[in-house]
Design a protein around this ligand. Structure first.
Ligand SMILES: Nc1nc2c(ncn2[C@@H]2O[C@H](COP(=O)(O)OP(=O)(O)OP(=O)(O)O)[C@@H](O)[C@H]2O)c(=O)[nH]1
Ligand SMILES: [Mg+2]
Length: 410
């Protein structure tokens, strides 16, 4: 869909950081704005609800689909209809922002993720684009990377514009494009599913990795039923740790208990254990990486054998061999694991928090987050990539023009 068509339908963009904050600002554009403001914003005071005057800031309420207030907000209009450009100034709780996003999506708005280069004055286009992208960067390391890019990328492009060997210059452009994925490392948390047999210590490990007590831990197998997500980071890369219910084939096969069949809120054939497993499978399917947790204690060995025979086809990014603090723990389990898991195994104690650095370092490596790439020039938005691609495909005469266009938008 072309940009013009999208704008006709309505687009929105979160201009502030996605994390918890005092306020959040959402920019709306496109001809759907008028209808959205009429339906979902009730102005306060003397303001005429139909009158959206450019430059005026109105106090009002954001309303949900049923007309119930969701938040106390300010609305500012920067351009009137039909080429609307409006801002909703919300309270910055992620829950309020999520609700606003849902209302906009339901009203046919599409979310625009691309950086807006005209929002902030800056010395050059690359710098302006970096500032526009900053609110979506989730960790300080990401901010440091992006701030450095304003210099690294600009300097690399200037050198490329003056390059004498066009083939080498094209290769450099390809490398800069290939690093554009780094933006995702810092703007979208890596979803890591912690899976394994019941009682292996998945929840203890999830709490240790996130450094907060989010999941319930207990010696009773089958404690975690639904998946639990908690944010954290690995060496400055944002991560969502997804704690899951223990995978055990026997649980999947259990029939529903008679009294549960009569409960109209449940699927007639769904035992809670089977439902827990179904949800774990769903999380695995949606995860970017799987962290398999196994239990080194003698009690854990039994469940492990069954787990390996049932789930040996899994492709984990790493295997945490947990509870190694116990004196009776097995020293090395690699021989009993499928071949493809053996080199991925790291001994840890989630309880004592030992081995966790080695575990996360391996995870980072397996998912391809390469710290060395952070000091190299990288494109960080679609406009830069498009200009570099044009440069690569251009003849020598036009190569320079496209590289300079990447540096300085007209
Ligand atoms: N000694 C020791 N005990 C641990 C360790 N990790 C977890 N445990 C204990 O093992 C038991 C189970 O831990 P959980 O974290 O609840 O295990 P889980 O895999 O989430 O269990 P389910 O949710 O039932 O599948 C608890 O009693 C924990 O205290 C460890 O590293 N060392
Ligand atoms: Mg658990």
């Amino acid at each position: 869909m072309s940009g013009a068509t999208t704008e006709r339908r309505g687009v929105f963009q979160l201009l502030t950081s996605p994390g918890p904050a005092a306020i959040a600002v959402v920019r709306l554009r496109g001809d759907r704005c008028g209808k959205f403001l009429r339906q979902h914003v009730r102005t306060r005071g003397k303001a005429d609800p139909g009158k959206w005057v450019v430059g005026r800031i109105l106090h009002g309420e954001l309303l949900d689909g049923a007309g119930e207030p969701v938040d106390d907000i300010l609305v500012s209009i920067h351009s009137p209809g039909p080429a609307w450009d409006a801002r909703l100034h919300l309270h910055g709780s992620p829950g309020v922002v999520r609700c606003c996003r849902e209302l906009l999506s339901e009203s046919g708005f599409a979310e625009e993720m691309e950086a807006v280069s005209t929002l902030w004055p800056a010395e050059n286009t690359i710098e302006a684009e970096a500032y526009a992208l900053l609110p979506r960067i989730l960790t300080p390391r990401g901010v440091q990377w992006l701030t450095r890019q304003t210099k690294l990328l600009s300097e690399a492009l200037r050198r490329l514009a003056d390059a004498s060997d066009i083939e080498i210059a094209r290769e450099r452009c390809r490398e800069i494009i290939s690093r554009s994925e780094i933006v995702d490392w810092f703007t979208r948390p890596l979803r890591v599913a912690l899976i394994g047999p019941p009682n292996a210590g998945k929840s203890t490990l999830a709490n240790a990795l996130a450094d907060r007590q989010v999941s319930i831990v207990s010696p009773t197998p089958g404690t975690t039923r639904d998946w639990v997500e908690s944010p954290g980071e690995i060496e400055g890369f944002p991560v969502l740790w997804l704690d899951t219910a223990g995978l055990w084939k026997g649980r999947e096969l259990q029939p529903a208990r008679p009294q549960q069949r009569s409960n109209s809120h449940q699927h007639p054939n769904t035992h809670p254990d089977a439902e827990a497993i179904r949800r774990t499978r769903k999380v695995i399917a949606s995860a970017d990486a799987v962290l398999l947790v196994l239990d080194a204690s003698p009690a854990g060995q039994k469940t492990q054998t069954a787990f390996v025979s049932d789930h040996g086809d899994l492709q984990p990014a790493c295997v945490a061999y947990n509870k190694t603090d116990l004196p009776e723990a097995e020293a090395d389990i690699r021989a009993s694991l499928p071949k493809k898991w053996r080199d991925l195994t790291i001994p840890i104690s989630a309880l004592r928090r030992t081995g966790l650095d080695a575990l996360t370092a391996q995870l980072r490596e397996e998912v391809g987050y390469d710290s060395a790439a952070l000091t190299e020039p990288a494109a960080f938005n679609g406009r830069q990539v498009a200009n570099l691609e044009q440069a690569i495909n251009a003849d020598q005469r036009h190569f320079r023009k496209h590289v300079l266009a990447c540096l300085q938008a007209s």
